[in-house]
Design a protein around this ligand. Structure first.
Ligand SMILES: NC(=O)c1ccc[n+]([C@@H]2O[C@H](COP(=O)([O-])OP(=O)(O)OC[C@H]3O[C@@H](n4cnc5c(N)ncnc54)[C@H](O)[C@@H]3O)[C@@H](O)[C@H]2O)c1
Length: 254
């Protein structure tokens, strides 16, 4: 699963799952652009990759802003000559029952989690088509795309949208040798979920056959496979990396 010399953008890479993906791709020889709205965090992760002998640069970008995304993609081509892979990780949840949710909060969640992925896919896809050498796009979805959760209206809708966006792009870009797939994490230990209420965490993990929460490395391994030459013929798919959570509800003998 060598990615030597391949230019890969990872959004949301200053923390959690995105950070681990950036480190993993960097360790396999990719030229990583660590893209995040948190400029200091992105610089720190780029420094970690370089410290381990890899090649990386930080890019400060709000993925919900089309102008910033275009500028980021252009800067990647200037720095590394191409965009060969994009991993869309930037995202977050604001939990509220739908009837209590403000319009601003809805726009914020959809703006980053769904519109942000559209903007980054568009910017990277255009460049990959121009380059004519194929490419890899991997979108981070969630088990929230499959299973509705209380107070998850905006987040579940956004992640379900990510799944369909992924499949549409697979049809549109497949002919250019560009694959577009998604990875759907289950409950994964990151700075974001460290703030989850104990009752939510316990309820979720009780439904995980593996008996543990996911680790960022579990997700990064699936992304590495999809980014690698081994996954050349995998297109338009969603791999749920969730310890079996989404396989079904009954985990006891009938
Ligand atoms: N942790 C989980 O259990 C879990 C489960 C399923 C899906 N996910 C998804 O995985 C992704 C990463 O989650 P995490 O748990 O690692 O979260 P995290 O909070 O640790 O990291 C998210 C990163 O995204 C960045 N970000 C937020 N808004 C941004 C914006 N507008 N532009 C650019 N960067 C922005 C943040 O600065 C942060 O560095 C998210 O898309 C999340 O929905 C996480």
């Amino acid at each position: 699963m060598e990615l030597s010399g391949k230019s890969a953008i990872v959004t949301g890479a200053a923390s959690g799952i995105g950070r681990e993906i950036a480190l993993t791709l960097g360790a396999r020889g990719a030229l990583v652009t660590v893209a995040d709205v948190n400029a200091g965090g992105a610089a720190a992760v780029a420094g970690e990759i370089e410290g381990a002998g890899g090649t990386a640069r930080a890019a400060a970008v709000d993925v919900s802003d089309g102008g910033q995304v275009e500028a980021m993609a252009a800067s990647v081509v200037s720095a590394y000559g191409s965009v060969d892979a994009l991993v869309n990780v930037a995202g977050f949840a604001l939990n509220s029952p739908v009837v209590d949710m403000s319009e601003d909060d809805w726009d914020l969640v959809l703006g980053v989690n769904l519109k942000g992925q559209f903007l980054c896919c568009r910017a990277a896809g255009r460049r990959m088509i121009e380059q004519g050498t194929g490419g890899r796009i991997i979108n981070i979805a969630s088990t929230a795309a499959l299973n509705a959760r209380y107070a998850g209206g905006a987040y579940c809708a956004a992640k379900a949208g990510v799944v369909q966006l992924t499949k549409v792009l697979a049809l549109e870009l497949g002919g250019y040798g560009i694959t577009v797939n998604a990875v759907g994490p289950g409950f994964t230990e990151t700075p974001a979920t460290a703030e989850s209420p104990g009752e939510y965490r316990a309820n979720f993990l009780a439904q995980v056959p593996a008996g543990r929460a996911g680790r960022p490395g579990d997700i990064a391994n699936a992304v590495l496979f999809l980014a690698s030459p081994l996954a050349e013929y995998v297109n338009g798919q969603v791999i749920y990396v969730d310890g079996g959570y989404s396989a079904g509800k009954l985990t006891v003998r009938g």
